[in-house]
Design a protein around this ligand. Structure first.
Ligand code: ZN
Length: 76
């Protein structure tokens, strides 16, 4: 078990802890997910929900575009 200092109160907290037991600050692990990496790459903070919506929107857009292209090509 690795103990990391809480960013809010410096209480030593397990890096696997969901929140600091001393002050309730969310755990350090939340900053190490794929979402935060993508957010850092984009230069902005993207919440998990916003990212999910963004991905879903992109997939939907590509799907609709693929159907439209197929229809246009088939119509000729
Ligand atoms: Zn704390």
């Amino acid at each position: 078990m690795v103990l990391v200092p809480c960013p809010a109160c410096d209480h030593r907290v397990s890096e696997k802890a969901i929140a600091c037991p001393s002050c309730g600050h969310p755990g350090e692990h939340e900053r190490h997910g794929a979402v935060s990496v993508l957010g850092r790459v984009a230069g902005t903070y993207i919440s998990a929900n916003a990212l999910a919506g963004l991905v879903l929107g992109s997939v939907m857009f590509v799907s609709v575009a693929a159907v439209l292209i197929t229809l246009i090509l088939a119509g000729r």
